[in-house]
Design a protein around this ligand. Structure first.
Ligand code: 5GP
Length: 234
């Protein structure tokens, strides 16, 4: 499948058209940004790690009945995906308190939650992806009720599948962000699942093996991405 016109360039990925109007090529970059792109950098080989990790996790989810946009892995940095009309609502699932939840509620990081917490965030860099609820979503017509029902059900199922998978490779799935989109009247999981979009802590040491190493200047960033790739792809 040949790359056509560049239709989108985001912080971590470029998206190209292909000769098939229903399919796009998603190319993963090494660029890293945090805090709404006020912090910028490069993480060597991050794009390769995230492309391969995401493809592996999408395949796992597909095998468990979760529809995703993945068609196939094309190269080290590229995957072929179905074109989505992205729902402008990001889903965050949390199993352990960290990041935004620790800040919002004044909690210590590391508290294990009794049940997973699902949050909706309005997808807007300019507004810093504000926390919203279902009333906002329906009042503003961001998604239909049946779409949010499917998104919610898929998100909790994904959490269960990924928690189990990461546990097997010695990682705690602290929290993660998902994006969904519409394709031919169906809701599919889109974007990526990687150490850019998940918090992953080593099961034995609680060492952070995700983008927080970049956000918080913890060092050994490249090694953390390589370590996750090694464990996920093993
Ligand atoms: P928090 O709300 O604590 O900042 O993020 C919760 C989880 O979702 C973390 O795993 C974080 O990496 C992911 N996440 C939330 N929003 C974004 C985003 O805009 N970009 C990326 N890469 N990850 C996000």
């Amino acid at each position: 499948m040949k790359k056509g016109k560049l239709i989108y360039e985001g912080k971590a990925k470029k998206v190209y058209e292909t000769e098939n109007p229903d399919l796009l090529i998603q190319e993963f970059k090494d660029d890293a940004t945090a805090f709404d792109a006020t912090k910028r950098g490069t993480i060597r080989e991050k794009g390769v790690c995230n492309n391969k990790i995401s493809a592996q996790l999408f395949k796992l989810l597909e095998s468990k009945g979760i529809p995703t946009h993945l068609v196939e892995l094309l190269s080290d940095r590229e995957m072929l995906v179905k074109r989505l009309d992205i729902v402008p609502v990001e889903v965050t699932i949390r199993n352990i308190v960290a990041g935004g939840m620790a800040k919002l509620l004044g909690l210590d990081e590391g508290i294990e939650l009794k049940v997973p917490v699902l949050e909706f965030h309005y997808k807007s860099d300019a507004l810093h992806d504000p926390l919203i609820n279902e009333y906002h979503i329906f009042a503003l017509d961001l998604a239909q009720e049946k779409e949010i029902k499917a998104i919610t059900q898929y998100s909790f199922e994904i959490n269960g599948i990924l928690q189990k998978f990461f546990d097997h490779v010695g990682l705690k799935l602290v929290d993660f962000k998902l994006e969904f989109g519409r394709h031919k009247d169906k809701i599919l999981l889109g974007d990526e699942i990687s150490p850019d979009t998940c918090r992953l802590w080593d099961k034995d040491t609680n060492k952070k093996l995700d983008k927080d190493r970049f956000r918080r200047d913890l060092g050994n960033i490249e090694e953390a991405y390589q370590e996750v790739a090694k464990r996920v792809l093993s």
